[in-house]
Design a protein around this ligand. Sequence first.
Ligand code: ATP
Ligand code: MG
Length: 243
Amino acid sequence: MDILEIRKIKKRFGGVLALDSLSLTIRKGEITAVIGPNGSGKSTLINLLTGVVPWDQGVVAIDGVLISELSMEEVAEYGITRTFQEVRLFEQITVLDNILVILTSRSLWGSILERHSKLHLKQAEDVLKTVGLWDKRGDLVVNLSYGQRKLLEISRALAMKAEIYLFDEPFAGLFPEMTKLVASVLEGLRVQGKTVVLIEHNMDLIRQLSDWVCVLDGGTLLAEGRPEVVLSQREVIEAYLGD
Ligand SMILES: Nc1ncnc2c1ncn2[C@@H]1O[C@H](COP(=O)(O)OP(=O)(O)OP(=O)(O)O)[C@@H](O)[C@H]1O
Ligand SMILES: [Mg+2]
């Protein structure tokens, strides 16, 4: 079943046509990898689907509901969450508070001052343990390493309890141990029947994790299919080599 259907989406930034009548579908419960050379429109696609930037033309159907413009509130309502290519966290509060802010959905300061319910603390413990950051719960985010910040961002996405998870290069710059951890997080989401969109450049990870691969080039869909098929197609290899 298609949970996300993108139909003829156009997005222009000044002179750059970032998405050029892009159409693609994302199936429920699968890990779909979105690959393509730098500047091919991968992050733009996620930005549109999460209401960060509006698109110019086209429609998106989420679970069959047609949408011509998405606000951040609607995105939450439809159960879509994401991580950013450039990690975005609250720097001057603790790891634990970065999760509690999401669970309580209060204002930042309201959430910190509030006495948290046992349930929220348990949920925060679960997501932080999933990414191996429970021991760091009292640390200020500003003091975390690059990899730990990426893990925290992923755990924040997990705390949202969404249906659709969009990950923008979650493995970039991670050491092997952390890579394994993030791979198991993604596999865990698939086991739970969640839908994952994964932007990734590492072909081994794509082969290991994805059910389906969509290749973007110049804002259009160059190819799609099963990883073992798509990754050996000549035009796909050429698009990467030409980068
Ligand atoms: N906010 C913006 N303002 C202006 N141009 C933008 C903006 N966002 C993206 N672009 C342009 O749109 C095109 C697609 O960018 P996008 O970030 O989606 O590529 P990408 O496939 O994610 O690349 P990368 O692999 O480098 O992350 C690029 O030419 C980029 O410069
Ligand atoms: Mg990008």
